[in-house]
Design a protein around this ligand. Structure first.
Ligand SMILES: CC(C)(COP(=O)(O)OP(=O)(O)OC[C@H]1O[C@@H](n2cnc3c(N)ncnc32)[C@H](O)[C@@H]1OP(=O)(O)O)[C@@H](O)C(=O)NCCC(=O)NCCS
Length: 289
């Protein structure tokens, strides 16, 4: 039976639907409604590599969204779980999450949770497996940071090796994302050692900073060198999403002027997380892992 909300149809009666680029503007308005930045480039990327779902607001625009990004058949990233403030605590967040879980079809699902979402994800069966601290600031590099041998701009011919390396670190094929990253990012750097690509990283421009990620390498020294190569001379503040497991890299970033801004919980359902987290120093972005 149709319920009534302020004399109109309630969004609780409206089914979840797949969104398209036509809905981009409403996604940005929904983000603004929850005091998130209108990250247009990021949403466009998510529309390209992921599946965006939402619930229409009967009054116009969107009442809620969720994004699901598949890496092969066994791993899924969930992000942009957003419900308009005016429809909070009516079950829309739960319904959007359950829709995403259903679409994930039994794959391991991971996300990074804000304090608002964590309770909901725990109820659905997610477990916290880590903490990611977002650091933001002007990275003041020292000459020694730029001395590491082997870091160079990525070339088109590196793509296949980078995709392979990324799959080892993230534990799943992310071919579409990494291919797109080569043009989406402002800079892509690789580490070449003895003719082999052993590390890579990217920096891409978000609304108010340059986000550095992913960063994949065999050691903290390599991660530092990649971040230095990715940010040197770039205009604006740098953003680094660092798992607390990478204490050495975090200490270096803080010493160079990039300070902790906020933290999120890395959560998994149907885990454990695949891959080699010791080599994955930073995600592409929290929304994608
Ligand atoms: C997080 C968010 C999506 C929740 O949406 P919502 O529609 O209000 O959540 P629901 O009404 O579906 O709540 C689902 C369940 O979680 C519980 N819950 C919701 N918010 C909670 C909170 N902050 N702490 C603990 N439990 C919470 C509800 O009690 C409910 O439990 P129940 O199903 O047992 O009754 C919404 O608050 C939001 O958009 N926040 C801002 C953006 C954000 O931080 N998103 C999360 C990104 S990881």
């Amino acid at each position: 039976m149709e319920s009534i909300f302020l004399g109109k149809v309630s969004p609780t009666d409206i089914p979840v639907r797949r969104l398209g680029l036509d809905d981009l503007r409403d996604c940005l308005l929904l983000a603004i409604d929850r005091q998130w930045l209108p990250e247009e480039a990021k949403w466009r990327l998510l529309f390209e590599v992921g599946e965006v779902y939402g619930i229409d607001d009967p009054a116009g625009g969107l009442a809620g969204t969720v994004v699901l990004t598949r890496y092969g058949r066994d791993l899924v990233a969930v992000s942009m779980v957003l419900v308009a403030g005016r429809y909070g605590r009516m079950g829309l967040g739960r319904r959007l999450m359950l829709h995403a879980m259903d679409r994930a079809g039994g794959a391991t699902v991971f996300l990074t949770a804000t304090e608002y979402g964590r309770g909901l994800y725990e109820k659905i069966g997610f477990e916290t497996v880590g903490t990611v601290v977002t650091h933001i600031g002007h990275l003041a590099l020292e000459p020694e940071d730029l001395k590491y041998d082997g870091v160079r701009p990525a070339r088109e011919g590196d793509l296949e090796a980078v995709i392979d390396l990324d799959a080892q670190a993230s534990g799943a094929p992310r071919t579409r994302l990494i291919t797109r990253l080569f043009t989406f990012a402002e800079r892509v750097r690789v580490v070449e050692r003895g003719g082999a690509i052993t590390g890579f990283g990217a920096a891409w421009r978000n609304v108010d900073n340059v986000a550095v990620g992913p960063v994949v390498g065999e050691s903290t020294a390599v991660a530092r060198a990649l971040i230095a190569g990715l940010t040197t001379g770039l205009h604006g503040q740098a953003r680094l999403d660092l798992d607390t497991r990478h204490a050495g890299l975090t200490a270096w970033a803080v010493a160079r002027g990039v300070s902790p801004a906020f933290s999120t919980a890395l959560m998994v359902h149907g885990g454990p997380l695949p891959g080699d987290l010791d080599r994955l120093f930073a995600p592409v972005m929290l929304a994608l892992g």
